[in-house]
Design a protein around this ligand. Structure first.
Ligand code: 13P
Ligand code: SF4
Length: 352
């Protein structure tokens, strides 16, 4: 870890006082997250953004999280993303124009608007969240995906789930749906690569997106770690593929994965399938308490976009605030904000 910026960050933080809140996602580097006033998974951080009265929200996370904070924040608040290049490869796999095309194709296949609820994972643009809100749908995170599916199925017969096929498949299978109920919409094929009859028969239409970090965990990693460490608990994020989740002992959002280790008795051991910074932090924190934590894939999976938030970017953004300048503001357009807010408010009503 590079602690060269510690003094600058701490000094700026002190000068800004209560005007500024620093939110940190669990995948942030140690030298950044240690300055966070509040840490959490996507759900917890969006709640924090909705509840804070601070004038400035400095979001140490990725673009879609900062956008959601801007949508949920109060009118006088401003959201700052220390590095504008901190995106998310999964969120980039669905563009609003592609989603609109998909929706048109569903209607052309004979589905009625009220028959399908569009449900988007938090890891998507504000425009896609607004699209869902306007059509009676909502947003979910990995911690309330099941509740959001149930919410949607109380209102319609089908779900269009964007953009993470793995979270969608894992949630649907956990609810008792079978492969015959699911189809995968490929945005790079005409009509998603599906016939109108197949679309009409499906209960869950999954968008063909994935997390390039979590997709690297494989079933063979689970087998290898179990063979090497008999009795180890394998816990993974639900963005991992179905074949991995099926072999795991438990699935959970980043917050839940942490809780599983916290609540385990001394002497427990865990192999975790999620981003390496979180895994390493847990390993360090729990080793003195007699709990062993290792990464599921022994090379470790790094989210390079989360990693973009460096101590240098953070120091620079905070020092500009001290000087009265807002740099790297994330601002969602007003017309998008309204419906994105509707979809996010529905998400916050579904318990994590
Ligand atoms: P969580 O909501 O579990 O923190 O997940 C966010 C994310 O991007 C995981 O890749
Ligand atoms: Fe996006 Fe995957 Fe990084 Fe999460 S871990 S922010 S889904 S690229």
């Amino acid at each position: 870890p590079d602690h060269a910026m510690d003094g600058r960050i701490a000094a700026a933080r002190e000068k800004l006082g209560a005007s500024t809140i620093l939110l940190g996602h669990h995948y942030q580097r140690d030298e950044v997250i240690r300055f966070a006033d509040f840490t959490g998974d996507s759900y917890k951080l969006s709640k924090a953004a909705a509840e804070t009265d601070a004038r400035y929200i400095v979001f140490c996370g990725v673009h879609f999280m900062a956008e959601s904070a801007d949508v949920l924040g109060k009118p006088n608040q401003q959201v700052i993303l220390p590095d504008l290049n901190a995106g998310c490869s999964m969120a980039d796999m669905a563009e609003i124009s592609q989603v609109e095309n998909c929706w048109d194709s569903l209607l052309a296949a004979g589905l009625k608007p009220g028959e399908v609820v569009p449900l988007t994972y938090m890891n998507s643009t504000a425009a896609i969240k607004a699209f869902c809100g306007e059509r009676g749908g909502l947003v979910c995170t990995s911690s309330n995906a099941r509740g959001a599916f149930e919410w949607a199925f109380e209102r319609a017969e089908k779900i269009l789930f964007l953009p993470d096929q793995h979270l969608g498949r894992n949630t649907a299978f956990a609810m008792g749906f079978t492969p015959a109920d699911l189809v995968v919409w490929d945005p790079f094929q005409i009509n998603g690569g599906l016939t109108p009859a197949r679309l009409r028969a499906a209960k869950v239409i999954l968008w063909k997106g994935h997390c390039s970090v979590h997709q690297r965990f494989l079933p063979s990693h689970v087998d290898a770690v179990r063979a090497k460490y008999p009795g180890i608990n394998v816990i993974v994020h639900p963005e991992c593929r179905w074949e991995v989740c099926q072999k795991a002992d438990a699935l959970g959002s980043t917050e839940r994965l942490i809780k599983l280790v916290e609540d385990a008795p001394e002497g427990s051991s865990f192999a975790i399938g999620t981003e390496i910074h979180l895994v390493n932090r847990l390993a360090k924190r729990f080793a003195p308490l007699g709990k062993k934590v290792i990464t599921l894939d022994d090379t470790g999976c790094l989210c390079t976009t989360m990693y973009r938030i460096s101590p240098n970017h953070l120091a620079w953004a905070l020092e500009n605030l001290v000087d009265g300048r807002v740099v790297n503001r994330i601002q969602v357009q007003d017309d998008v904000k309204h419906w994105a807010r509707v979809a996010l408010d529905r998400m916050l009503e579904v318990k994590a």
